[in-house]
Design a protein around this ligand. Structure first.
Ligand code: ZN
Length: 63
């Protein structure tokens, strides 16, 4: 058989890095290194606020 080599997948620890936090404004939730998203699970479904320019909740972006 061909193409059935043992898995040579890269280690997940090199995929995203550690110490990342959610990219949502005001959110400091740490992201798992296994989480490919830049947002925590709470904001994972949120569309980039800068993409629309409206729908921003005033007073929530202060760190
Ligand atoms: Zn978040």
């Amino acid at each position: 058989m061909q193409g059935t080599r043992p898995g040579k997948l890269p280690p997940p620890s090199r995929s995203h890095g550690e110490g990342r936090v959610c990219a949502a404004e005001g959110c400091r939730t740490e992201l798992s290194r296994y989480n490919p998203s830049i947002h925590c699970w709470q904001h994972a479904d949120v569309i980039f606020p800068t993409y629309r320019g409206k729908r921003l909740s005033p007073g929530t972006g202060k760190a």
